[in-house]
Design a protein around this ligand. Structure first.
Ligand code: KIV
Length: 279
């Protein structure tokens, strides 16, 4: 969509919210300006996920990601894109303490990145915080099911909602977040039937990752999709390219040419004014 000035109009939070039950929302993670620029024409929504901890920084979990990291990468994704709505993750321990802490840090993220909204993990226990933020002007995307910031409580990254008791709890979490005013929520790592039930039960857009095709949209971590991050591959990941192999091959070709003094060639070298082979 273009504005009168010919500039692309960015997809807004209300635009995403209006997609409930409609055309599926296409979402990927992004952490950098060049990647955002490449993906922007194809996606509706970017999540600047704290998955950057594992996918980009080589951490074991998302727990070491800081607010400053999210802000730096969030601002880069906003600069690199012009069309997709951009949601920035709130890292562990930057919002759970109180609604006031969440507002203070969420407002910093909004002001310093120029993003469209924030995402936070949690269910019923976070509902008061979600309401507090939304009433004060910060759009919130929730995140229920297998919430990676609670990996130590779960004891690992295991699919959730396999028994009726946990399924009911996750459903109640989703309802609480929606009632509190979240415009959307990620449903991660739950049995497919539960993702479908949640999508039918809540009036807001659900974005599945390890959810079900019935969710209102889907998200994957871009480095997983492109075959760049290969340390482990969850069941829900589908690889659409093997860029890891392509990068390795490019590095090997470069190394061979440097060692053989084939690179740089004359076309990569500056000439003098008299020997003007290149400019
Ligand atoms: O951290 C992340 O990248 C996420 C998305 C995959 C939903 O939370």
């Amino acid at each position: 969509m273009s504005t009168h000035s010919g500039k692309t109009k960015r997809i807004t939070v209300p635009d995403i919210a209006a997609r409930k039950g409609g055309e599926p929302v296409v979402c990927l993670t992004a952490y950098s300006a060049p990647m955002a620029k490449l993906l922007d024409p194809h996606v509706d929504l970017f999540i600047v996920g704290d998955s950057m901890g594992t996918a980009l920084y080589g951490l074991d979990s998302t727990l070491g990601v800081t607010l400053d990291m999210e802000i730096a990468h969030g601002a880069a994704v906003v600069r690199g894109s012009s069309r997709a709505c951009v949601i920035v993750d709130m890292p562990f321990a930057t919002y759970q303490e109180s609604p006031e802490q969440a507002f203070r840090n969420g407002a910093r993220v909004m002001a310093e990145t120029g993003c469209d909204g924030i995402k936070l993990e949690g269910g019923t226990e976070m509902a008061e915080t979600v309401r507090f933020l939304v009433e004060r002007g910060i759009p919130v995307m929730g995140h229920v099911g297998l919430t990676p910031q609670s990996v130590n409580v779960f004891g690992g990254y295991r699919a959730q909602g396999r028994d009726e008791k946990t399924a009911e709890k996750i459903l109640a979490d989703a309802r609480a977040i929606a009632d509190a005013g979240a415009f959307s929520m990620v449903i991660e790592g739950v049995v497919a039937d539960l993702a479908t039930r949640i999508t039918q039960a809540v009036p807001v857009v659900t974005i599945g990752i390890g959810g079900s095709p019935d969710c209102d949209g889907q998200v994957l971590v871009t480095e997983d999709v492109l075959g760049i991050f290969t340390d482990f591959t969850p069941k829900f990941v589908k690889r659409y390219a093997e860029l890891g192999d392509a990068i390795g091959q490019a590095a090997a070709d470069y190394a061979a040419e440097v060692r053989a003094r084939k690179f740089p060639g004359p076309e990569h070298c500056y000439g003098t004014k008299t020997n003007n082979t290149t400019s």
